[in-house]
Every structure is written in C-alpha cells, then in structure tokens.
Design a protein around this ligand. Structure first.
Ligand code: BG6
Length: 508
C-alpha cells in the first residue's frame, strides 16, 4: 500500500491505526508493506519512529508492542513533490526493492491522502512511471479521498483526468460514511428482513429526516472550510450516501455493480431545483458566538483562517423529492451543521398515522405516528416508536420504544471506520465506494443551490448561536408542512421515557 500524504493527519490518525486493526484481526496478508510518500524530507527510520508513536497515540483499542513493531517494520518512505517525475522514479525503485523484500508481487494499492489539487497530477505521474497499469497478474488500485471536486464542472473534469490513466474499475472514491457499521446495516435491515420492505414506500411513509449534526466548530480547518461550506462538505457525499441506502430499490445481488446501480438510480431520480424552489426549499445558516456550559464560544467569523465577513454557511437544511413510484411526493428533509447542540447522525422514518382509531373520544389527528430511528452515531442502533396501553382500568395510551443498541448486543470492536473500506479495496470489492456517475449526480443536485446562494449572499449571518439547534428558518421549513424535526437537544434518559397520555387527551 502506497500512501501519498504520509506525513499528514489522516495517515497517523486513521490509516495507520486501521491497518493495525486489520493486522490484529488477521486480515492483512503476510506479504504486505506500506510505502509512505510525503513532501517532508525524512529517513525511513524517522518515518517508522513517527508512525510507531502515532500508533501508540491513536490506535483505537490500545497497542500491543509486538504487533505494532511487526507493522512498523514493514514501513518505507520516499520524500518528494507529488508533481515531480523524480519522486515517482524514486518510488518505482523503492517498490521494486519492496517487491523483492516483502514478496508483494507488483500489486499496489495507492491511497491519495493529499490535498485535492494534486489528485490528478499524482495519477498522471503514476501513469507516466508505468505504475498505474495492470497486467501480467498484477493489480493496481487508487483510493481517492474527498472532496471530489468543488462543483459539478470540476468533478466532471477530475473524472476525465483520472480516466486518462485509469479505467473506472481501478478508481476507488472513498466516503468514510460508508465505513460506518450502521450505514452498512441499512441494507441488511431493509433487505434481509421480510417485514420492513412492504411498508417502505409512499403509501406508509409520511416523510424521512436525515440529520448529521456536529457539536464542534471548524476546529482549525478554517482555510479549507471557508472555501467549501457545509453544503459541499457534507451533502453531495455523506448525506447523499445515507439517502441512497434508505431510498434505493432492492439490488438483484450484493455484488458491487448491482448495488451501485440502484444507489445511482435514486440520485438520478432526485429533482433538480429551480431557483424559486431553492429559495423555498433550502435554508443556510452560520453560527455566531454562543454559550456552552457557562463558557462563551467564538462565532464562525472569529475562527482561524476564516474571513471576518465570511458568508460561508456552517449549516444547511434541504427538502428534496425523489421522482419515482416508490417515493413520489414523500419529502426527504436533510440537515447538517457545525456548532450545534448535540453530535448526532440519525435517520428518521416517519410513518403515516393510523387512519382510524376505535377508541372513544380519541381524535385520529391527536395520535403520534410511528417512527423508526436509525442511529448512526454516536450510539449505533435502531429504535421503533409505537403506542401501547398504559396498564390500568382506563384505556390510556403511552408512547414506547423498542430499542436495539449495537454495542449492547454485539459488543464493540476497536475501529476507526476505515478498516472495512481498506480491506474491501484490497479485495477489489467496490460496493462501498463511489462510482463516477454517483459523484456527478450528487453535484448535479447541489449545483442549483450553490448557484443561487452565490448570486444572493446571505444577509442574516450569523443566524444561530454556537451550541444551539440551528437557525429558526430550518424549523420553519418543516413547520410550513405541518411537521417538525426530531429534537436535537441532549436529553439523557429521554430515549426511555414514556410519554403517557390518556385516550381522549392525546398529545398532538
Ligand atoms: C468530513 C468533513 O468529511 O466529515 C468534516 O469534512 C466533518 O467537516 C466530518 O466533520 C464528519 O465525520 P464524522 O465521521 O465525524 O461524522
């Protein structure tokens, strides 16, 4: 495995700890080596020392010194610019040596953990050095990090550049949300159980909410974030991945092509918004100063490497429709933001209310609808909310939850979230990676929103305090449809509380 950007944060925090976890789980082959490529001038020994330290610091479940040393002994390093042919000649020589020492047989997995500006150049250089071509029983694969383009045009251009040196089958566009257990579990939940799929459509589902809320602000990434914003950073990639798993048709098999075809179809079926629709169906926000646990936290415009008059959004909420027979007229409400009250990623499937309730004095509109909540993080689990009779002589109804928690049932395995993705790529399983058409479809949907927002800079920023539930406009987006977001504020114990109410005095 060759990591470009080997001295960066991603390598030490995620990639090395993931490789360690894979080795511990005996999922790495015996004949394996890691070659780091970075701009910093470092000897192989210095690189090994640095990575040993990173493992001690960042390995998710602690480190066993023997195992750590075994992994570190397979590390090599090449210093150089990613734009210069000399770097790739040095890499070629080193790889020949590694092949001889570690019996890696010319099979190379490249990981582009670099700034996006060098993705295309690095791939061209690999091509020119003869390091991209497969053949004679050798495989070559390239993992490309995000962001994949900044808009539709740049994403298309990047796809074209990559394809000059690589066929689509060798390109693995990574989205770390697809490495999360509960995201993968959505497919198993929907398609390995008989009872959910029959009600998974417009006849029974009122609407869907997807929330990716973060407590943290931009955390030192102001330079990148101020040019990107919440929409580009989260929506065409992570949120659309969640949406496509929820909304896709059952694939004919779990083979990569079949799954990716169905996910792409969902994205292609999402209507592009007209400028008027963008104004009605999108909300943007930016956090201002706020108070959390008695401490004043600075607003976005006061963050490092952010313009003091920045108009970049740190929050976005959207209402989208999927134009197909399963989902026509079912709104998908999406929201994501930084500086919010609670860190939570969850999907809410809100079912329609019971059409008729044979209980005296109990108006149907007063009944709470069933809700299925898929928690992606921080707790991974699935909960179903329904009505039950409160024990006693009178007919009283209460709302209860059936609650499955991953950690309670299966225990937890140390994980960075990248293990499955790296392992799948080694096995040439592209199911959990983005295909060119999926990336472009994500940008096609986002582009009209970016265009309108650019033409009409936000006037009300900042419009929500750090640590709050987001801008009021986002609540209004749902209120106009007679709906509301699932509450975001932290409510320990709230998951288990029963909302009792007597029939006839039911909470709306
Ligand atoms: C990254 C974004 O892709 O995902 C970050 O660039 C964001 O801004 C992060 O914080 C969220 O990932 P996770 O796994 O913490 O939900």
């Amino acid at each position: 495995m060759v990591i470009f950007g080997a001295t960066g944060d991603l390598t030490k925090r995620k990639l090395l700890p993931s490789l360690y976890n894979l080795m511990q789980a005996e999922l790495l082959p015996e004949d394996f080596a890691i070659v780091g490529v970075g701009r910093e001038s470092l000897s192989g020994a210095a690189f090994r020392d640095r990575m040993a330290q990173a493992l001690t610091e960042f390995a998710t479940g602690g480190t066993d010194p023997d195992l750590r040393d075994r992994l570190v002994s397979r590390l090599y390093y090449v210093a150089g610019e990613f734009t210069e042919a000399a770097t790739f000649r040095a890499l070629q020589d080193l790889l020949a040596k590694v092949d001889a020492e570690q019996k890696t047989r010319g099979n190379y997995l490249y990981y582009l953990a670099t700034p996006p500006t060098v993705f295309a150049t690095a791939v061209h250089q690999l091509g020119a050095a003869g390091l991209a071509a497969e053949g004679e029983g050798r495989w070559r694969r390239v993992i490309v990090e995000k962001p994949f383009g900044q808009d539709l045009e740049s994403a298309r251009a990047l796809n074209q550049e990559l394809r000059k040196d690589l066929p689509e089958s060798q390109i693995y566009r990574i989205d770390h949300y697809l490495g999360k257990e509960t995201v993968q579990n959505i497919m198993v939940f929907r398609f390995a159980n008989g009872i959910f799929e029959p009600v998974w459509n417009r006849r029974y589902i009122d609407h869907v909410q997807i929330t990716v809320a973060e407590e943290a602000g931009v955390e030192g990434r102001g330079g990148y974030y101020d040019a990107a914003g919440a929409l580009r950073d989260m929506v065409p990639n992570h949120i659309f991945q969640l949406l496509s798993f929820i909304a896709m048709e059952p694939p004919v098999s779990f083979e990569a092509g079949a799954v990716r075809d169905e996910k792409a179809k969902v994205l292609h079926a999402i209507q592009s918004m007209t400028p008027e629709e963008v104004l009605r169906r999108s909300v943007r926000g930016q956090y201002g100063e706020g108070v959390v646990a008695g401490q004043t936290i600075r607003g976005y415009r006061a963050e490092g490497r952010v313009s003091p008059s920045s108009n970049t959004e740190t929050y976005v909420a959207l209402k989208l429709f999927i134009d197909n027979w399963r989902w026509a007229e079912v709104p998908f409400y999406l929201r994501t933001g930084k500086g919010l009250a609670r860190r939570v990623t969850e999907i809410v499937i809100q079912f329609k209310r019971a059409p008729f309730v044979p209980f005296k004095d109990c108006p149907v509109e007063g009944l709470l609808a069933n809700q299925l909540v898929i928690n992606i993080q921080p707790e991974e689990g699935i909960a179903l909310r329904f009505q039950a009779k409160v024990p006693g002589p009178a007919v009283r109804m209460g709302e209860v939850e059936m609650d499955f928690q991953y950690a309670e049932h299966f225990g937890s395995v140390p994980s960075t979230g990248y293990e499955t993705l790296l392992h799948d790529c080694m096995l040439a399983d592209a199911t959990l990676f983005q295909r060119d058409d999926m990336v472009e479809a994500g940008w096609r949907i986002s582009q009209p929103i970016l265009d309108v927002w650019k033409a009409l800079p936000a006037r009300s920023f900042p419009n929500y305090p750090f640590g709050s539930r987001g801008p009021k406009d986002a609540d209004d987006l749902l209120a106009r449809d007679g709906r509301q977001w699932k509450v975001l504020t932290h409510d320990p114990g709230g998951r288990r509380r029963r909302n009792e109410h007597p029939a006839g005095a039911v909470r709306a």
